[in-house]
Design a protein around this ligand. Structure first.
Ligand SMILES: [Zn+2]
Ligand SMILES: [Zn+2]
Length: 200
């Protein structure tokens, strides 16, 4: 087991989301490039709709610049996505990419003193934590209604088969025998229900 140091900064040095601002330098104008792949340990997004899955890697390509008020982070983050077409339910894969611009304010800077805690990110104990910023940006960039293709026709409401797999002119003129059987079964079930709910 590695020795657990009492300093939070030391312990956090193994967290790939954390950047030591000493690497950037405190002189305004000094900068530091961060390019790294961070493994995803908690999936991002909506399960069964679209996620950046556990085990995927988020690619960071960032420039950290020292400015008067703090550390300005600009660049991009991208990650692979997996999900399901919301029309035809086919599995889909893709990529989500976001541009980032985020100021991490120094303690006692004007920004620090004039903004609420949750309004602007902060430099804490000389460290910045990229995780909340990147995760939030990626989640917001995920499609709400993922599609296998823009013109996906979805499923036939009569039989649940993908329109793409059905013959031209496919349709359901009469009640499907499987539905007829289901209707029969529903009628039997409701006949057995003791309370009929008609009293008011
Ligand atoms: Zn589809
Ligand atoms: Zn059909």
């Amino acid at each position: 087991m590695p020795e657990t140091s009492s300093s939070p900064a030391r312990r956090d040095a193994r967290n790939p989301w954390l950047i030591d601002t000493h690497e950037v330098g405190r002189r305004p104008g000094s900068s530091h490039t961060v390019r790294r792949d961070v493994p995803v340990d908690t999936p991002l997004g909506v399960p069964d709709v679209i996620t950046v899955p556990e085990g995927a890697r988020i690619t960071l390509d960032l420039l950290l610049e020292s400015v008067v008020e703090g550390v300005l982070v600009t660049g991009s983050a991208s990650a692979p996505t997996t999900g399901q077409c919301s029309r035809c339910l086919e599995p889909i894969t893709g990529t989500v990419e976001v541009d980032l611009t985020e100021l991490f304010a120094f303690p006692d800077s004007t920004t620090d003193e004039t903004t609420e805690e949750d309004e602007v990110s902060r430099v804490v104990d000389d460290w910045i934590d990229l995780e909340p910023v990147v995760r939030d940006a990626l989640v917001l960039a995920l499609p709400l209604v993922p599609l296998c293709s823009e013109d996906c026709a979805g499923l036939c409401s009569g039989c649940g088969v993908k329109w793409a797999d059905l013959e031209p002119g496919h349709g359901h003129e009469t009640i499907d025998p499987r539905w007829a059987a289901l209707v029969e079964r529903l009628e039997e079930t409701s006949g057995d229900t003791p309370a009929n709910g008609s009293d008011r």
